[in-house]
Each structure stands twice: as structure tokens, then as C-alpha cells.
Design a protein around this ligand. Structure first.
Ligand code: NDP
Ligand code: DGY
Length: 328
């Protein structure tokens, strides 16, 4: 027997890869209203679009707070974010309302770890500076001490937050000849033995590492973690890399550390705010490489993220098991 079901309303806050849109439009479960742009939905349009929705598919640039939840109203069953990070959502408020949350762990781990390695090498080996010198005529001849940087061979690498991505970074860095792999976080990880990872206090990691890579989640505890005191414990020839969230770093303190020689150089895929204003002091520094939050940006990864977020949304609407539900 065929049971009649009510078509549910879904708001999608941005153009997403067609793999995801196809799943939603062919599901027969929901009517999709889309903010049909590559640019973020303005706040008023978000509040309007979400009104009465049963499902919301959002991005990390959408702040999902009490106001949005209130605007959505009691129909809202599920929020599916096209990201593994969920620091843009007011989790306590979402929980209070019994709304389920889907996210995209694992499927972006390899792409993000790969980009982190690329950023680390680009920063430590001064690739952007070199490219610029080739173009602007600064390349006069081969010079023994010109554009020298730091290599991974024999180095000590520290990973702050040895989660899915942190571990994938560690696995990729080890074959470069890394001598010791240290990590810090809230708890020691049994899987760290695969990379001979040593669980150490943060201060030990900072004082002993040649490369410090941040891959933890942004939480109240990690917000501003990389501050003056943090950088002052690092070696003067150390390389700092952040591909987690911009707010983990105090950017004024990082600027000081980079300009005073407290640390050697920094590579950031994430900043505060995003985009970083083009006149930001960090962008004046040769020893700071800034990327526009492209950790997971491969065509296939973004397609799979869109598929997963669409399937999470549908499961949330239908009250079935989600492929990736955030348990909180
Ligand atoms: P996981 O949850 O697997 O890992 C997060 C890690 O953060 C955990 O190992 C956790 O360690 C650690 N952590 C939490 N609190 C602290 C703390 N106080 N101090 C140190 N470490 C802490 O997530 P993923 O690896 O999948 O993703 C990590 C983050 O990477 C995301 O939250 C997101 O912000 C960012 N990201 C950025 C991308 C980009 O494009 N640049 C792409 C994808 C993700 P413990 O278990 O010990 O608490
Ligand atoms: C995430 O998923 O949290 C990233 O920042 C973008 O892929």
C-alpha cells in the first residue's frame, strides 16, 4: 500500500556541486529552495529562506545561531552542513530543540591532509617567494644562500589535534624522513603508534618541534590557543602551519612572532576573518603564506561532500539513520 507523505521544505544556502542537488531533487521527499549563488546568502535572506523549513543544508560560512533556529521554527528536523567543522553552529541551542545534525567527516580527510602537506612544503621551502622572483626578474643567477628554507629530513614534527586529519597529515609527513612525531591534544591515541607518535604536553611539543601543525577542532578551549605565550615557546627556526580554523590563532601575536624572528615562517589555510582583507599586515610578510581555505578543494572531494550532505539531510527528514550524524 502506498502511504501518502507530505513534501517537506528544504533550504539550501548556496549553489553546491550538482551531485548533491541531484540527490535532493530526485528524492521525491522534499521541495528545495536554493540560494542560487556562489556568494554567501545575506543574513535576511537566510532568515527568510529557512522560515518553516524542515531541513537546512548550510555551509561553514553560515552562522547558525538562535536567531536562525527561531526563524526556522518548530518544523526544523535536521541541519546538514557541507563541512566537517561545526563551530559555526550553536550546538547547545540545536540540541535543546531536538534538531539532528549531519556533517562530512572522513570524505575530506585525504584532500585536507594533502593540502596541509603542500602548504607546509610551500612555506618551509619558500615556493611563493621563488615563483615571484622568477616573474619579477629577481632571479639573477644560482646563489648558494638564496631562498634557502627548511627541510623535513631528520626533523621533529608536532601535530596539535591528532584526529582524522591530523593523523592523515602525520602519515604523509613521516616518509619525508621525519625523525620524531610528537602530538598533543586532550587524550593519547592508540592509533598514534602507526606513525610512532609520542603524546606530549603542548609545551614540550612547542619547544622541541621544527614544524608545528595545527589540525584540531575550534572549541572554546582551542580559541586563541596559538598566542604570544605559545609562539614564545617555539624555536626560532620553526615553521608554523594552521589548516584548522583561523580563530585558533591570535593573528596579532603571530604577526609579532614572524616579524621579530620568534619563529621562522607560517602557512595558513584559514584566517580571521575570511576572506582576510587584502591590506592585512600578515599579507605584507614574505615569511607568511596565506591560502583561501582550500583544504578540501578537489573536484571529487567537494562532489562527495555534496552527496553526503544531501543524504544526511534526507535521512534527517525521513527519521532514518544518517550516513554521518554528528553525535553531541
Ligand atoms: P577530528 O574530530 O577527527 O579531530 C579533531 C581533533 O581536535 C581531535 O583529535 C581532538 O583531540 C582535537 N582537539 C579537540 N580539542 C582540543 C584541544 N583542546 N587541544 C588540542 N586538540 C584538541 O576532526 P577532523 O580531523 O576531521 O577535522 C579537524 C578540523 O579541521 C575541523 O574541525 C575543521 O575545523 C578543520 N578542517 C579544515 C579544513 C580546511 O579546509 N582547512 C578542511 C576540513 C577540516 P582529542 O580527541 O584529544 O580531543
Ligand atoms: C570543513 O569541512 O570543516 C572545512 O573547513 C571545509 O571543507
Amino acid at each position: 500500500m502506498h502511504t501518502a507523505h507530505k513534501i517537506m521544505k528544504v533550504f539550501v544556502t548556496r549553489r553546491i556541486p550538482q551531485e548533491g542537488m541531484k540527490i535532493l531533487s530526485q528524492s521525491g521527499v522534499c521541495k528545495v529552495s536554493l540560494w542560487d549563488s556562489d556568494e554567501p546568502v545575506p543574513r535576511e535572506e537566510l532568515l527568510k529562506g529557512v522560515a518553516g523549513a524542515h531541513g537546512l543544508l548550510c555551509l561553514l560560512s553560515d552562522k547558525i545561531d538562535t536567531e536562525v533556529l527561531h526563524a526556522a521554527g518548530p518544523n526544523l528536523k535536521v541541519i546538514s552542513t557541507l563541512s566537517v567543522g561545526f563551530d559555526h553552529m550553536a550546538m547547545d541551542e540545536i540540541k535543546k530543540r531536538g534538531v539532528r545534525v549531519g556533517y562530512t567527516p572522513d570524505v575530506l580527510t585525504d584532500a585536507t591532509a594533502e593540502l596541509t602537506v603542500a602548504l607546509l612544503l610551500a612555506t618551509a621551502r619558500r615556493l611563493p617567494e621563488g615563483v615571484l622572483e622568477v616573474k619579477n626578474g629577481g632571479w639573477s643567477t644560482w646563489k648558494p644562500l638564496w631562498l634557502c628554507g627548511y627541510g623535513l629530513l631528520g626533523s621533529t614534527v608536532g601535530v596539535i589535534g591528532l584526529g582524522r586529519i591530523g593523523m592523515a597529515i602525520a602519515r604523509r609527513l613521516k616518509p619525508f624522513g621525519v625523525k620524531r612525531l610528537l602530538y598533543s591534544g586532550r587524550t593519547a591515541k592508540s592509533y598514534a603508534s602507526d606513525v610512532e607518535g609520542e603524546y606530549v604536553p603542548l609545551d614540550t611539543l612547542l619547544s622541541e618541534c621544527d614544524f608545528v601543525v595545527v589540525s584540531c577542532a575550534l572549541t572554546p578551549e582551542t580559541q586563541g590557543l596559538c598566542n604570544k605565550a605559545f609562539f614564545s615557546k617555539m624555536k626560532n627556526n620553526a615553521v608554523f602551519i594552521n589548516t584548522s580554523r583561523g580563530a585558533v590563532v591570535n593573528q596579532e601575536d603571530l604577526y609579532q612572532a614572524l616579524t621579530t624572528g620568534q619563529i621562522a615562517c607560517a602557512g595558513l589555510d584559514v584566517t580571521t576573518p575570511e576572506p582576510l582583507p587584502t591590506d592585512h599586515p600578515l599579507l605584507t610578510l614574505k615569511n607568511c603564506v596565506v591560502l583561501p581555505h582550500i583544504g578540501s578543494a578537489t573536484y571529487s572531494t567537494r562532489g562527495i561532500m555534496a552527496e553526503l550532505s544531501a543524504n544526511n539531510l534526507l535521512a534527517g527528514l525521513q527519521g532514518t539513520d544518517m550516513p554521518s550524524e554528528l553525535k553531541f
